[in-house]
Design a protein around this ligand. Structure first.
Ligand code: AOF
Ligand code: ZN
Length: 370
């Protein structure tokens, strides 16, 4: 049975886990607290991919962890991947009790970590603050359970629900705080998805910029170190070879109609080209998301115009909408939030608003299709 003290220690482990939210991907960011005689003797969180897992960090910090309890936000791993099995490391260090928030949904671990610990005579408990732990790594959980990462669309609109002028001009609707917030959303994501229309209108770079994250310098540098994959939906290959998304400052994947071949100028860039089948609604979005899953994309951020975001919503491929609402009116000639050609009230799309908060002078609304 877990006590109030156990809950406090797990809450601490979850706070530590969040420190890896910008840098651990595609690994899930995990936190670990080692406690002996009611005292914290070591803490750790997942290091950038290839680096130590949370448990090893905590064990190194503790030095001597004999007789300790380990609080971990995810089941300790049982496999040899980029690092050794954490379950073995905990056992070798003489830890006597492990309290985990959740089982690892990764099938190569999935319960085996607990088995290893029990076989070593360690008392194991699982399920403390489980829902909270799942919410810390929603993309990883979704990819492991459903074979698809979590897809989040970021939209910026005026109070009258407009996102760009008819000309396509849209910079800037929101203020600097909202743009910092978006930089953090990018940093959390493994991929940023956009359409060629946005590339042509904005010549966006879709990168994470350390100096714009509003984080301590070291954390910001780590967050920007591994840039998310830029994904451009460009069926007719209209992206100019000198577009910023093709500048090599981050990896880029361009999805295009399989019937068209990229020109030599495009092929000379560092981008990767992914031919997709074209359906009535445009390129096959579902196959594109499957491709991102095989590339270990946990969280996918859609930063596009109303067409791609609308198509994703209509195809049931959006898990979450993050809408920044600026205190301004853009008028009736401007473009709508999403391209959703609906006619009857029966067609309206219900949303569940999960959170609404001020970000500088703008408002951020987090909603899920209901
Ligand atoms: C842990 N502690 O802090 C994390 C774990 O490629 P590797 O070797 O780094 O292994 C990645 C897998 O390990 C990942 O898919 C997930 O199942 C688990 N993550 N496990 O014991 C950690 N980040
Ligand atoms: Zn591990």
């Amino acid at each position: 049975m877990s006590t109030e003290f156990d809950t406090r220690m797990m809450a601490r482990a979850l706070t530590l886990a969040r420190r890896g939210q910008y840098s651990a991907k595609p690994n899930p960011h995990v936190g670990c607290v080692l406690v002996r005689d009611g005292e914290i003797i070591g803490e750790g969180y997942t290091q950038p991919a290839g680096g130590n897992h949370a448990e090893v960090q905590a064990l190194q910090a503790a030095g001597d962890a004999r007789g300790a309890t380990a609080y971990v936000t995810l089941e300790p791993c049982s496999h040899v991947g980029k690092t050794g099995p954490c379950a073995d490391a905990l056992a070798a260090a003489g830890v006597t009790r492990v309290v985990a928030a959740m089982q690892d949904p990764n099938p190569i671990v999935g319960g085996n970590g607990f088995e290893k610990l029990r076989a070593a005579g360690i008392a194991v408990e699982c399920g403390l603050l489980e829902a909270e732990a799942e919410r810390v790594i929603p993309g990883f959980v979704s990819r492991m359970r459903h074979g698809r990462g979590r897809v989040r669309a970021k939209l910026a609109m005026s109070v009258d629900g407009r996102t760009a002028m008819a000309s396509g001009e849209s910079q800037w609707i929101t203020g600097p705080d909202a743009r910092t917030d978006v930089q953090r959303l990018r940093a959390m994501s493994c991929a940023i998805l956009t359409g060629v229309g946005t590339v042509l209108d904005d010549d966006c770079s879709l990168t994470v910029r350390a100096e714009e994250l509003g984080l301590p310098a070291q954390e910001a540098a780590l967050a920007a170190q591994r840039q998310p994959l830029r994904v451009v939906m460009d069926s007719r290959l209209r992206t100019p070879a000198d577009a910023k998304v093709l500048d090599g400052s981050a990896p880029t994947l361009v999805c295009h109609d399989a019937a068209i071949t990229p020109s030599p100028a495009l092929q000379a860039t560092s981008a990767e080209w992914l031919p997709l089948e074209r359906g009535r609604q445009g390129l096959d979005l579902s196959t594109m998301l499957d491709q991102l899953s095989t590339r270990q994309c946990n969280e996918i951020l859609v930063e596009s115009g109303p067409h791609l975001a609308g198509a994703m919503l209509q195809a049931g491929l959006l898990d979450e909408l993050i809408i920044y609402m600026a205190p301004t009116l853009m008028g009736s000639n401007a473009m709508p939030l999403l391209q959703l050609p609906l006619d009857r009230m029966a067609q309206k799309v219900p949303l569940l608003i999960e959170d609404i908060r001020a970000v500088g002078r703008d408002w951020r609304i987090t909603a899920v299709p209901g």
